[in-house]
Design a protein around this ligand. Structure first.
Ligand SMILES: Nc1ncnc2c1ncn2[C@@H]1O[C@H](COP(=O)(O)OP(=O)(O)OP(=O)(O)O)[C@@H](O)[C@H]1O
Ligand SMILES: [Mg+2]
Length: 251
């Protein structure tokens, strides 16, 4: 029995002599939203990048949607097709309109015909509240709109899991809410999501499980009411004091 979509065990990653991940174990089950929080440099992005093998682990096992990513014989292209990824920087194709940004990989990678790809693209633009921007160029959109396009693009590949790496941290504060609202809707629709975020309110309200990482290990994990609301570890407490009340961090 396994409804695990992402299963990580004993994951180690070093860059030269710098050990960045030191034995990570974690599971994301179907329909679950797992948020990863933790200080800068704690290994959050590296962990996410090991999930789709953008970084190659030194040890441990990563299984995503039934594909053993760490097996040298895995069909990595097929495996990656089941994983959607949204980064801090949106990485849209600047020379393509929004609709084409959403259809190009569907057509090239999934071999969908134009009509089907466009129909899926339009559904997803609708979902992120940008149906009327299909013909716009990326540079005609705000950062928040571009990020929502990036989310719609990832969704158009119909992934089994979506990975988000601080999707709102490059945005002006007034644009953050729209992107979080889209992510919240996705979660409510049952999308399986692994989200690195500094948005504690989002994590608190949307996550099924929160992992606090520091120094390449998971220091504390559990429901948000526990990890954010009533952290047991001193490192978690210190981190949360700092992010929740930055002005008074030193008091
Ligand atoms: N390609 C790389 N080569 C060498 N060192 C790297 C590389 N990528 C990351 N690191 C180092 O690994 C550590 C963890 O980096 P990572 O980006 O995973 O942290 P993070 O938790 O995502 O931080 P942030 O909150 O700032 O995004 C850092 O010390 C970083 O400098
Ligand atoms: Mg990072």
């Amino acid at each position: 029995m396994t409804d695990a979509i992402v299963e990580i065990s004993g994951l180690n990653k070093a860059f030269g002599r710098l050990e960045v991940l030191k034995g990570i174990d974690m599971t994301v089950r179907r329909g679950e939203v797992v948020c990863i929080i933790g200080p800068s440099g704690s290994g959050k992005s590296t962990l996410l990048r090991c999930v789709n093998l953008l970084e190659e682990p030194n040890a441990g096992k990563v299984v995503v949607n039934g594909f053993e990513m760490t097996d040298p014989d895995v069909d990595i292209d097929r495996a990656r097709r089941t994983i959607g990824m949204v980064f801090q920087s949106f990485n849209l194709f600047g020379h393509l309109c929004v609709l084409d940004n959403l259809t190009v990989a569907q057509r090239k990678v999934l071999k969908r015909d134009k009509d089907e790809a466009e129909s899926i693209a339009r559904d997803n633009l609708e979902k992120v509240g940008l149906a009327e921007k299909a013909g716009s160029m990326p540079d005609q959109l705000s950062g928040g709109q571009q990020q929502r396009v990036a989310i719609a693009r990832a969704l158009s590949m119909q992934p089994a899991v979506m990975l988000f790496d601080e999707p709102t941290s490059a945005l002006d504060p007034e644009l953050v809410g729209d992107v979080l609202a889209v992510m919240r809707n996705l979660a409510e629709e049952g999308m399986t999501m692994l989200v690195v975020t500094h948005e504690m309110q989002f994590a608190r309200e949307v996550a099924d499980k929160v992992l606090f990482m520091d120094g390449g290990v998971v220091v504390e994990e559990g429901p948000p009411s526990q990890v954010i609301g009533d952290p047991q570890q001193e490192r978690t407490q210190t981190f949360l004091r700092r992010v929740l009340n930055p002005v008074h961090a030193d008091e």
